[in-house]
Design a protein around this ligand. Structure first.
Ligand SMILES: *Cc1c(COP(=O)(O)O)cnc(C)c1O
Length: 399
């Protein structure tokens, strides 16, 4: 079997002729030779030669690459990760449908499920992933349409056993695999029906695209396409081209970021200002065994809780120098995020607590800087904020 790192180089080249770099097909529409040709293109699912909302050759190249990397029959790109999740939920469910979803996941997903779904008569049961068998216990035979898991989960890096979800009979099983990328795991190999990614993150990998993608069986993807054409969360050919370029280097980037996250995590665990560190590559992870079994690489995202709550969180965010305070992850720059005030700010206090996010929680995305420089910045920030010299951390000169 060819390694994923190699597939990332060879995949998605069906439409590029002899060019090594993909072409950007900017055209929103295509000339039709006859009425018969027009009718054919208008009725053909997923055509890339009719009208941009139906399909685009640049977007297709990215979709083909993702399908190859996930071992899927087909993939469909969207204007964002949320566009993809929205299509999966609203395109597959109807009034009266039941969804089982995990409590600990990306804030936007929680808001979609808890805020939007009830307005359409879709009933959502949230389960705690730290309770074994929670998904199976919540499934209602004949009624549950979707089971939605996210592993590793954003931002607390909780893990879900993919085999456990894959073994559920009846519902369509969906996994948001954004944090793992195809370099970390292949959910479809575990019996999952649809794998979803926010390609905005490590897949595109350079903070220059907003993009989502879903991969799975051709029939299911074509069904989703029928909804997506009307939903209109269409992926831009520019973003898809940036993301395809990003995929070419995902292997080395993900390996490097995984190694940096483990190095930073091990050092943070020994620091007195840190109450808890969460990363699937650390022996302290509550599901460390599962991490070893399920993840080829643990990824570059970690989270930790600072002793001292909100004040400590705010001080740390202001004290980092190399790491930048920004929302997203998987890019070249190391980023720090304060989930309680940004990515998960839309959650109710109860939802926030159930998600395991406290005012002292920090999420760190290790970038591609030298590992020891990232470690030095994070430890330096902790030392600056705990030092008692009274100077404002932000006022110190950068060295
Ligand atoms: C960022 C993210 C999303 C949403 O993706 P967008 O591209 O920002 O719409 C969904 N799931 C996870 C796990 C994410 O990290």
């Amino acid at each position: 079997m060819v390694a994923r790192e190699t597939l990332a180089i060879t995949a998605g080249r069906n439409d590029t002729g002899s060019a090594l770099a993909p072409a950007v097909w900017a055209s929103s529409t295509f000339q039709l030779a006859s009425l018969a040709e027009g009718r054919l293109q208008a009725m053909r699912p997923r055509t890339t030669r009719f009208y941009g909302r139906h399909g685009n050759p640049s977007v297709r190249a990215f979709e083909d690459a993702v399908a190859t990397l996930e071992g899927a029959e087909a993939a469909l790109a969207f204007a964002s990760g949320m566009g993809a999740l929205c299509a999966v939920v609203l395109g597959l469910c109807r009034q009266g449908s039941h969804i089982v979803a995990q409590r600990q996941c990306y804030g936007g997903t929680t808001q979609l499920l808890a805020g939007v779904c009830p307005r359409f008569g879709i009933d959502v049961t949230f389960v705690d992933v730290t309770v074994p068998g929670a998904f199976a216990a919540a499934v209602r035979p004949g009624e549950t349409m979707l089971v939605l898991a996210e592993t590793p989960a954003n931002p607390r890096l909780d893990l879900v056993d993919l085999d456990e979800i894959g073994a559920l009979v009846g519902p369509i099983k969906v996994v948001d695999s954004t944090l793992a990328t195809p370099m970390g795991q292949q959910p479809l190999e575990h019996g999952i029906d649809l794998v979803v990614h926010s390609a905005t993150k490590a897949m595109a990998g350079h903070n220059d695209a907003v993009l989502g993608v879903v991969a799975g069986e051709r029939n299911l993807i074509e069904w989703l396409w029928g909804f997506a054409v009307l939903q209109g969360a269409t992926a831009s050919p520019y973003d898809a081209t940036n993301a395809l370029r990003g995929l070419r280097t995902l292997g080395v980037r993900f390996r490097q970021q995984s190694a940096s996250a483990v190095a930073v995590g091990e050092r943070l665990e020994r620091h007195p200002a840190v109450a808890e560190v969460r990363h699937p590559g650390l022996a302290s992870h509550p599901r460390a065994d599962l991490a070893r079994r399920q993840l080829r690489l643990p990824g570059g995202l970690l989270s930790f809780d600072l002793v001292g709550g909100l004040a400590a969180g705010e001080a740390f965010m202001g004290a980092v120098q190399l790491c930048l305070a920004a929302t997203s992850f998987g890019g070249p720059e190391s980023l720090v995020t304060h989930p309680a005030s940004t990515t998960h700010a839309g959650l109710t206090p109860e939802e926030m607590a159930e998600s395991g996010i406290s005012p002292g929680t920090i999420r760190l995305s290790c970038g591609l800087e030298d590992t020891e420089d990232i470690v030095a910045d994070v430890l330096g920030a902790l030392d600056r904020m705990t030092s008692d010299d009274g100077s404002s951390p932000a006022a110190r000169p950068a060295d």
